[in-house]
Ligand binder design. Structure first.
Ligand code: ADP
Ligand code: MG
Length: 236
């Protein structure tokens, strides 16, 4: 589903060049749930931006669904992103004055489509059936993140990219969001890449990628014997 090869990203500001991603490979299978962890400033958000076609690598390839993002024009990338990718962010990024329904439907309208049935099903699956007409900014943080998840999934994206989706939520609300995300992963075989600081959150994933100084330092798989022990150690 996703193939990353020799991914490099530098930022230039005046005379200064920062090498944020320093060349690594990554494969993600369809239906896999991958968590990306690492210190602040290690390049996790940059990686998600590149995977999401919101920015371009300095070097290397990102292949999603057999399409190489590095070979696309900006316009092609935008079309690809709307069609195949969904995003969730730490701060929800809903349109505050639109209703819950309008927020969820937003990507469909951008696509010229309209499908009320999908909206109704998504509202139900995020547990906000009654709140469709409510203004988004009147919702709690946890509810807003549910809406953001529904919006990200409305186009049935190949990949859901989540950047610290539980970063602004308390433990209980975070667990609800994680439960929801992992349910979409299990039941719909939704491929997910989630950046997180939260080891509890990472424990929902099939694999944890530990990111440091712009490269992948370690990959831990749920199938590994020491997955649970590793997660426990990390939490201690
Ligand atoms: P993380 O998400 O792991 O905290 P980021 O990917 O946000 O890290 O940032 C990694 C590094 O790249 C930081 O040093 C940050 O300052 C730098 N960086 C990120 N985006 C830009 C940008 N648009 N221009 C210049 N530097 C950037
Ligand atoms: Mg970040």
């Amino acid at each position: 589903m996703i193939k990353v090869r020799n991914l490099k990203k530098e930022f230039t500001q005046g005379q200064e060049r920062t090498h944020v991603l320093k060349g690594f490979d990554l494969n993600v299978k369809e239906g896999e749930f991958v968590a990306v962890m690492g210190p602040s400033g290690s390049g996790k958000s940059t990686l998600l931006q590149l995977l999401g076609g919101l920015d371009v690598p300095t070097e290397g390839d990102i292949v999603i669904n057999q399409s190489n993002l590095s070979n696309m024009t900006e316009k092609e990338r935008t079309i690809f992103r709307r069609k195949y990718l969904g995003f969730i962010f730490q701060n929800y990024q809903l349109l505050p004055t639109l209703s819950v329904e309008e927020n969820i439907a937003f990507p469909l309208h951008a696509d010229g489509k309209k499908n009320n049935q999908i909206i109704i099903e998504l509202l139900d699956s995020i547990g906000l059936k009654e709140l469709g007409p409510k203004r988004a900014n009147l919702l709690s943080g946890g509810q807003q993140q549910r809406v953001a998840i529904a919006r990200a999934l409305v186009n049935e994206p190949s990949v859901l990219l989540a950047d610290e989706p539980t970063g602004n939520l308390d433990r209980g609300k975070a667990d609800e969001i994680l439960g929801l995300i992992s349910r979409f992963n299990r039941e719909n075989n939704q491929t997910i890449i989630m950046v997180t600081h939260d080891i509890f959150a990472a424990g929902f994933a099939d694999r944890i990628i530990l990111f440091k100084d712009g490269v992948i330092e370690q990959v831990i798989s749920r199938k590994d014997d020491d997955f649970a022990k590793y997660v426990a150690n990390f939490m201690a």
